[in-house]
Design a protein. Structure first.
Lengths: 214, 283
């Protein structure tokens, strides 16, 4: 117990680091994910090809390799950013591929008849998209996006090994200070549980509010 | 291609789409060209950075790393399938304490980052890197696979189990002869996709100094004599990693297509070729 109380500020910093990484990377992933999903359903072939390549490559890349390439490779191009920014970039790009697939399959669950009916009523393209298709797609993508963002929060642990301040990285300082390793890890585990359960609760609320009534 | 988003294009929209297509192709090619220019401009294609890959020792180092990656994956795959089967049996048990314990284990290990478990086993239990990596991957993927198996069993049409009970089979027979064969066939795509996750996560071994593929790459990349060839190393390692994962993912899709036509899985909906982490109803 005193591992936590003696080092509350260190833990707080770590937890804050994990939360920051998760939030920033989620925003980037959602933005890129929606963008690539739009590419994948576009009527333009080159955009579709780009979306497919983006998703296929990133979904099959080990995240550690991506971290390695981004954090140690990009500086070779003369691009120097804070480590945290690089980590957000790696995590966001990786997760965007999963978000893209979730959004795309959400759009595909909307029956073709819905779009056809909207168009035969004389709705324009933005109206069809904004008033008919996307609201229905949005409802079905809430749970998979929730699972993906929880996975993102868990994946952010990798950043700790690449000199980014986050929760798992705190174990190094604490074991140097000579605290019990077992208890250190128990409190780290609790920290991660807090983060993942909060995301889970948030999406539970969203799903209750907007989810598909079955 | 039919979609709810737009109609089949007419001649006018076809011309417009062609224009958009040309425009976006130019932009994408421009980006690609810029990237290649950057690679040349920062001197990533100099002989100093690429000749090391012709050395026998370097090639052997990379191959040994690849072998270690595949070994860790093999162990992790076998053990997590076994653990998944055990935990799924536990969760489907009729004895309440057994069910509680296995539910608690599954939920805990699924909620923990796999890296935390690997570090715990490596640092706190002072295990060998390979043991720590395999154990961590097994605990995590085993719990996810347990959920996959359970979802599969529940997805089998109720009539199947009921008919088996009506024929006088007892519960073990119903499981092993009726429910499990159908569930495993239907969930095979999801199981293989989860193994892709395990294969990708073997690269976490790099962080605990297990001498796997990425670790071998790092050894070469950090060498000053070769001019710190980080980019060449990434350019050689990533196609191999991504290729292996893509091959396995493609396998999952192929199995999914096959099983959808298989008359033996008519009573179950075939699972998607997505990792079990994306199963409905759980992180």
């Amino acid at each position: 117990m005193n591992v936590l109380l003696d080092n509350l500020s260190l833990y707080g910093e770590g937890l804050l680091g994990t939360v920051e990484l998760t939030v920033y990377a989620s925003l980037l992933a959602l933005f890129l994910g929606f963008l690539t999903a739009a590419c994948r359903v576009a009527p333009v072939r080159s955009l579709r090809a780009f979306g497919t390549v983006w998703v296929t490559v990133l979904r099959n890349t080990p995240l550690t390799l991506l971290f390695f390439a981004v954090l140690l490779g990009l500086p070779r191009f003369g691009l120097v950013l804070p480590f945290q920014m690089f980590a957000v970039l790696a995590l966001g790009c990786y997760t965007s591929a999963f978000i893209c697939e979730a959004v795309r399959s959400g759009i595909n669950t909307v029956p073709v008849g819905q779009g056809e009916a909207a168009r035969s009523l004389g709705m324009t393209f933005p109206q069809t998209l904004g008033d008919v298709v996307l609201p229905q797609a949005f409802r079905t993508v809430i749970p998979p996006i929730g699972s993906t963002l929880i996975a993102l929060a868990k994946n952010s642990a990798i950043a700790g090994s690449f000199s980014v301040v986050e929760l798992l990285g705190t174990y190094r300082t604490l074991s140097e200070l000579g605290y019990s390793i077992i208890w250190t890890f128990i409190w780290i585990a609790v920290g991660y549980l807090i983060v993942t359960l909060s995301i889970s609760a948030l999406f539970h609320v969203l799903e209750k509010r907007w989810g598909v009534a079955r | 291609m039919t979609t709810a988003l737009y109609d089949v294009p007419g001649p006018k929209s076809k011309r417009r789409h062609l224009l958009y297509g040309a425009g976006s192709t130019v932009v994408l090619l421009g980006l690609l060209g810029w990237l290649v220019y950057l690679l040349f401009h920062t001197g990533q294609f100099t002989a100093q950075k690429w000749t090391p890959f012709l050395y026998k020792g370097i090639q052997e180092l990379l191959l040994r790393g690849l072998g270690n990656t595949l070994r860790a994956f093999g162990y992790a795959a076998v053990f997590s399938l076994a653990l998944g089967a055990v935990l799924a049996t536990g969760r489907l048990s009729v004895h309440r304490p057994v069910r509680w314990v296995s539910t608690a284990l599954v939920e805990f290990f699924r909620a923990m980052p796999v890296l935390v478990m690997i570090f715990f086993i490596y640092v706190a239990l002072k295990a060998e890197p390979l043991t720590a990596l395999v154990a961590g991957l097994t605990l995590y993927n085993g719990s996810v696979l347990a959920e996959v198996f359970r979802t599969g069993i529940h997805a089998v049409e109720r009539g199947q189990g009921e008919a088996a009970y009506a024929l006088g089979m007892h519960k073990t027979q119903v499981m092993t002869h009726v429910l499990v064969p159908q569930a495993v066939r239907a969930m095979l795509p999801t199981i293989i996709s989860q193994l892709v996750v395990a294969l990708k996560d073997t690269s976490l071994g790099y962080l605990i100094t297990y001498e796997e593929f990425l670790h071998a790459g790092k050894l070469i990349a950090a060498n000053l004599d070769y001019g710190l060839p980080f980019i060449p190393v990434v350019m050689i390692i990533s196609p191999i990693y991504i290729g292996m994962c893509m091959l396995l993912s493609w396998c999952a899709h192929w199995v999914a297509r096959r099983q959808r036509r298989n008359p033996k899985v008519e009573a179950v909906e075939v699972g998607a070729a997505e990792p079990g982490t994306l199963l409905p109803g759980g992180p």
